[in-house]
Design a binder for this molecule. Structure first.
Ligand code: T4K
Length: 425
């Protein structure tokens, strides 16, 4: 039987900082599936689900594309999407690309960098791979244990005469300390490219998150709150950079007579742009729904010993891209991995974003900056972090049930631990 998709009346939006104790009425009595109980969900609850556009609106755009017989290469739909994104993101330019990873590569390449780029190990592999694919060397910097973002003080200690840029990530949509990063960059003649893959719709101090640094890069992958199935964008303010980016994403072709530089094929297709255009007006609604779901998680999980939460910047407008918890074994009674296994047994497909760290990849392990002793905060967080399901049409009752599972699993900690570590799960 498919899972029930009905909705209960929604709770008022509350600040995302967890404060309240667990709600009364949540049962910790049920027997966790990992120790023989029935799974809480008959069907998998995915970490996220892509938002589906209004089919009629999407079909109309695609029909127009068929009529025009123009499917890619600077088509009308891509141009329209770029215009809408520019307005939405409040940036001087927006160049759409085929995905966030290629957008990162093109952004780095457009700045003519060489040598080393300081970045975080606590990110999706794409961030660091983009540095390497561009012929640059990543230098890993530890993170702030509370915000999960680049520790700017630690970054300043890593700047050398080989450093050409900083590539910080607004992890889970939480803005970096952009003022301190700019100060560090300006003081050392460095460029700044932000990986804003998680940060669509976020603003800080009243300014869109895309307004900081030299360039910012977004991902429009299907798992993002705004998506084009696959896609991405580079935003910034310098029109000379926009010209370079436009060339780089189209093989370096200037015109039929001239090709310049080493470009690649980074174009977004008209079909992907149609998806984006039919979803862009739903972004605020998606953020609102996720905000409600996050508040509900907070209400259940906020007071539990052994659970910690990302400290969000007070001056930021969040987008609720992810809902994560840190599991401290001492207080919680179980490790993150125990809880991960126990929730998977309930059919709750939680994920360990981001574990392993990028610095643990065999491609990077040899780097001096990848030494775990230099990255204590990142290693601790990577062993404790867990992402819980979150997407706009996740029913609030499912959040209640997931929280109930977490409490029941915790209440049965000794037997859950034994089952999780016995290899039976
Ligand atoms: N920088 C950062 C900081 C990033 O996080 C990312 C991407 C990038 C750069 C690069 O941007 P892109 O080149 O991807 O545009 C997913 C996404 O594929 C990836 O885009 C994203 N970050 C990363 C955080 O998450 P996986 O390998 O964990 O995805 P997957 O397939 O396991 O899906 C996650 C969940 O979503 C599952 O529960 C299944 C569900 N799902 C997924 C897809 C694709 C669906 O329900 N439907 C779907 O169509 O990487």
């Amino acid at each position: 039987m498919p899972p029930c998709r009905c909705r209960m009346k929604r709770a008022a939006v509350v600040p995302d900082k967890p404060r309240r104790p667990p709600r009364a009425g949540i049962s910790t009595q049920r027997s966790p599936a990992i120790v023989g109980g029935l799974p809480a969900f008959a069907q998998p609850v995915y970490l996220t689900r892509p938002r589906v556009p209004n089919e009629a609106a999407f079909t109309e755009l695609v029909s127009g594309m068929f009529r025009a017989r123009w499917f890619t290469n600077d088509g009308a739909l891509v141009r329209e999407l770029e215009r809408r994104l520019r307005d939405r993101l409040g940036t001087a330019f927006c160049a759409a690309l085929c995905n966030g990873t290629v957008a990162l590569q093109v952004a780095l390449r457009s700045l003519d960098l060489d040598g080393e780029v300081i970045t975080t190990p606590f990110t999706f592999p794409a961030t660091v791979h983009a540095i390497t694919w561009t012929g640059l060397t990543p230098v890993f910097c530890d993170i702030d244990p509370d915000t999960y973002n680049l520790d700017v003080g630690a970054a300043s200690g890593l700047v050398s005469d080989r450093t050409s840029a900083l590539l910080p990530v607004h992890v889970f949509g939480n803005p970096c300390d952009v003022t301190a990063i700019q100060r560090l960059a300006d003081g050392n003649g460095l460029k700044v490219v932000y990986d804003a893959a998680h940060a669509f719709g976020v603003s800080q101090g009243g300014r869109s998150i895309g307004c900081w640094g030299d360039l910012s890069v977004f991902s429009f992958h299907a798992t993002k709150l705004f998506h084009t199935c696959e896609g991405g964008a580079v935003v910034g303010r310098d029109s000379a950079l926009l010209r370079r980016i436009a060339l780089l994403r189209n093989f370096g072709i200037v015109n039929e007579e001239e090709v310049c530089g080493v470009g690649l094929n980074g174009k977004l297709s008209e079909l992907h742009a149609a998806m984006g255009l039919s979803l862009i007006d739903a972004v605020d609604e998606e953020i609102r729904l996720r905000g409600e779901l996050s508040a509900r998680y907070n209400a259940h999980l906020g007071g539990i010993d052994g659970l910690r939460f990302q400290r969000r910047r007070g001056d930021a407008t969040p987008n609720y891209a992810y809902y994560t918890i840190e599991v401290e074994e001492d207080g919680f009674g179980l490790s993150r991995d125990d809880l991960h296994r126990a929730l998977r047994a309930e059919n709750v497909l939680v994920r360990k974003y981001f574990h392993p760290l990028c610095s643990e990849n065999e491609a990077y392990r040899h780097l001096a900056s990848a030494d775990p002793a230099r990255l204590p905060n990142a290693h601790r967080l990577s062993s404790q972090i867990l992402s819980l399901p979150l997407y706009g049409d996740l029913p609030l009752e499912d959040v209640d049930k997931i929280a109930e599972c977490i409490l029941a699993i915790r209440a049965a900690a000794p037997s859950v631990r034994a089952a999780a570590r016995s290899g039976r799960s």
